[in-house]
Design a protein around this ligand. Structure first.
Ligand code: 5RP
Length: 219
C-alpha cells in the first residue's frame, strides 16, 4: 500500500464526519484532493463549500459544488483539511502547499476541524518538516533574521507567491517542543502574516490512514 492509498483512505473516512452539514470548509493539498473527489458522491447533500485556496476552489467548481465567500457563509460546522505533520495532541504543521493563512482562517471559524493524513505524517515532535511562514514580501529578510535568532534556518520558497500575494519562508532545523508558544512568538514578528503551526487552534479529530485501517485520534 502506498502513501497515496493511505491518504485516500483517510480522506474517504472524513465523509462520516460531515453529518448533515450543508456548507463545509475544504482545505488544500493532495490528501484533500482525494476528499474533494469523494465529495462527488454526496454533492447533492451540499449547498456549497468555503475553500482555503484557489486550487481547491477550482476542483470543487468542476464537481458542481458552489464555492462560497466566507464573509457570507458565517460559522462553519466542519472543516476538512490535511497537514504536513501531526502529533497525538492534534497539533499540526501546515502550509506545505502554501495555503496556510486561509487554512488558519477557515479552521478558526469552524466548529469541528477534521484533519486527514497518511501515517507518515504522524510524529512525536513537530519540526522535522520545514515550518512554513507566510510573510509580507518587503519584510522577508527581516523575518528571516528573526527566525535565525529562534534557532531556525529559513529558506525562501523562491518563485512561489501565495493566493494572498505574499512569500513563504520554510524554516528548517526546528525542534518544536512547545507548539502554542512558538506559534505565538513567530506570529508576533512584524511582517509575518501567519506561521504554519496549528496548535492554538489544533484539529478536533485526526484521521490517520494506515495500510489496513483508519485510526481516529480525538481531543
Ligand atoms: C497546504 C497544506 C496541506 O494540508 C499540507 O501541505 C498537506 O498536503 P498533502 O495532503 O499534499 O500532503 O497545509 O497548505
Amino acid at each position: 500500500m502506498s502513501a497515496e492509498d493511505n491518504k485516500r483512505r483517510a480522506a474517504r473516512a472524513a465523509l462520516d464526519w460531515l453529518d448533515d452539514a450543508r456548507i463545509i470548509g475544504v482545505g488544500t493539498g493532495s490528501t484533500v484532493n482525494h476528499f474533494i473527489e469523494a465529495l462527488g458522491d454526496i454533492r447533492s447533500r451540499l449547498d456549497g463549500a468555503v475553500s482555503s485556496s484557489e486550487a481547491s476552489g477550482r476542483r470543487l467548481k468542476a464537481l458542481g459544488i458552489p464555492v462560497l465567500d466566507l464573509n457570507s457563509a458565517g460559522e462553519l460546522p466542519v472543516y476538512v483539511d490535511g497537514a504536513d505533520q501531526a502529533n497525538r495532541h492534534l497539533q499540526l504543521i501546515k502550509g506545505g502547499g502554501g495555503a496556510l493563512t486561509r487554512e488558519k482562517i477557515v479552521a478558526a471559524v469552524s466548529r469541528q476541524f477534521v484533519c486527514i493524513v497518511d501515517d507518515s505524517k504522524l510524529t512525536q515532535v513537530l519540526g522535522s518538516f520545514p515550518l512554513p511562514v507566510e510573510v509580507i514580501p518587503m519584510a522577508r529578510s527581516y523575518v528571516a533574521r528573526e527566525l535565525v535568532k529562534l534557532g531556525g534556518r529559513p529558506d525562501w520558497r523562491q518563485g512561489f507567491v501565495t493566493d494572498n500575494g505574499n512569500h513563504i519562508l520554510d524554516v528548517h532545523g526546528l525542534t518544536i517542543l512547545d507548539p502554542p508558544a512558538l506559534e505565538a512568538e513567530i506570529n508576533q514578528i512584524a511582517g509575518v502574516v501567519t506561521v504554519g503551526i496549528f496548535a492554538r487552534r489544533p484539529a478536533d479529530v485526526l484521521l490517520v490512514g494506515h495500510a489496513d485501517k483508519v485510526e481516529t485520534i480525538r481531543s
